[in-house]
Design a protein around this ligand. Structure first.
Ligand code: PLP
Length: 449
């Protein structure tokens, strides 16, 4: 399960090494006898993990990197380039610019400014930092279901922050947004395309219209969902929304979520490259030897893993970001898996599917009389499923979102814990049988007990 493709590394390592063969022989000291037991001890420690790479893991947003990404990362690691500046990562900086251009091309942004970041949090931070520079003192708003990072980032940037209410599909409410915009104090609206809890997609075209009417900027947090722009199995509504990303001002997308990359790979893109003026600075000690644009000049982070850019670049070479390609088919497979699991659950009266999935995240719960009972049983099913090797997740949802969808439920608590599956892996659709079997068996066990 873990070593797919590692045999391919040897030849590439030899080829890379050949590039430095004119130098006098040098090999760092390696005390194999001392390293071996520690490596085994490390492996022992790492056994204490859920089996994230396996298709029976459907819990959190954890998609294993593609073998090409792991191999390219390992290869680049032998050089350990730093994409802060060309001096520290010549090849990997060029590869970063190409890989970022590939991502921007999904949205038709061929003049965009962007770069990789350590993750979605930093990508969003840069998006909101620029937004704040353009509208000093004005507020940032994001939906109640948006990632909590936006509130924290706004605090770091000392920008006022307000939450916009959500509707019963966990999407940003347009009347609530308009009411906030009418105050004239809002500088930036964050639209989330793929919320962390339920994978909900905010109504971006209408949000963009409101932003235009009230003179606000629109940043799209599509850390989770961005790649679905390439999918062909989105609903008509959602296809229209992902099209509209092209008209936003900036976006955050995480190659380490749906882009098959190891952690440490986010991306920020600005449609208008002229915002680069806010980053500009002079640091002669870093830049004295090169006259091209340095990624460090357009990034808030300084040292960054060049290996991340190399892994992403190699992945794009194997799986280009085009509609209909193998990468897009993997995303479609997740959309269909969520829909099909939803249909199976809907066909059994003991389950209640709570949202028609916008993306590849499904939320459902066992049918019980009260919120407290649903929460307890969800937890018990979660535990029983794990005993059968099926790893789900739990998520708490507030009465305001679920009440209209579950009118017969007795609300003896303000929130209810539901079951959640992220069907992110391209293989998940083929594994629906084994997933379903374990789910039903866990429910049977819990009901009997
Ligand atoms: C994951 C995620 C983030 C945070 O990104 P990290 O890569 O975890 O730093 C922000 N917003 C959304 C919608 C996300 O899914």
């Amino acid at each position: 399960m873990l070593t797919t493709g590692f045999d391919l590394l040897q030849e590439a390592v030899a080829h890379l090494e050949g590039g430095f063969s004119s130098l006098p022989e040098f090999a760092p000291l390696l005390d194999g006898a001392a390293i071996r037991p520690i490596l085994l001890e490390t492996a022992e420690r790492m056994r204490d993990n859920y089996p994230y790479p396996h298709p029976l893991y459907v819990g959190q947003m954890l998609k294993p990197p593609h073998p090409i990404a792991r191999l390219a990362y390992a290869l680049a690691q032998l050089i350990n380039p730093n994409n802060h500046a060309l001096d520290g990562g010549r090849a990997s900086s060029a590869m970063e610019k190409e890989a970022v251009a590939h991502i921007a091309s999904m949205y038709g942004w061929d003049q965009a400014l962007g770069h990789l970041t350590s993750g979605g949090t930093f990508a969003n931070l840069e998006g909101l930092w620029i937004a704040g520079r353009l509208a000093p003192g004005k507020a940032v708003v994001a939906s109640e279901q948006a990632h909590y990072t936006h509130e924290r980032i706004s605090a770091v940037l000392q920008l006022p922050f307000h939450k916009v209410a959500t509707d019963d599909a966990a999407r940003m409410s347009l009347p609530a947004l308009e009411k906030l915009l009418q105050t004239g104090e809002i500088g930036t609206v964050v639209a989330t395309l793929g919320t962390s809890a339920v994978g909900a997609v905010d109504p971006l075209p209408e949000i963009l219209e409101l932003c235009a009417r009230y003179g606000a900027r629109c940043h799209v947090d599509t850390a989770y969902g961005g790649y679905f722009r390439l999918a062909s199995q989105l609903s008509e509504r959602n296809a229209r929304i992902f099209e509209a990303i092209s008209r936003a001002d900036s976006l955050a997308i995480d190659p380490h979520k749906h882009g098959l990359q190891p952690y440490g790979c986010g991306c920020i893109l600005f449609r208008d490259a002229s915002v680069g003026r806010f980053y500009k600075h002079d640091s002669p000690y870093t830049y004295f030897s090169s006259d091209e644009l340095h990624l460090g000049e357009i990034s808030l982070e300084c040292s960054r893993a060049g290996a991340s850019a190399v892994a992403l670049w190699a992945t794009h070479r194997l799986l280009p970001l085009v509609p209909g390609g193998a990468f897009a088919q993997g995303l479609d497979s997740g959309l269909l898996a969520a829909r099909e699991l939803g249909q199976r659950l809907a066909g059994d009266a003991r389950w209640k599917v709570l949202f028609e999935p916008d993306l590849d995240i499904l939320i459902w719960a066992p049918v019980e009389a009260s919120a407290t009972q649903v929460s307890a049983r969800s937890q018990a099913i979660f535990d029983e499923a794990a005993r059968r090797g099926l790893h789900l997740a739990l998520t708490g949802l507030p009465r305001e979102i679920l009440e209209a969808r579950w009118p017969e439920l007795e609300w003896d608590a303000p929130r209810v814990t539901c079951l959640r599956a992220c069907l992110m892996k391209p293989e998940h659709r083929d594994w629906l049988g084994p997933i379903w079997e374990r789910l039903q068996s866990a429910l049977g066990e819990v009901t009997r007990g």
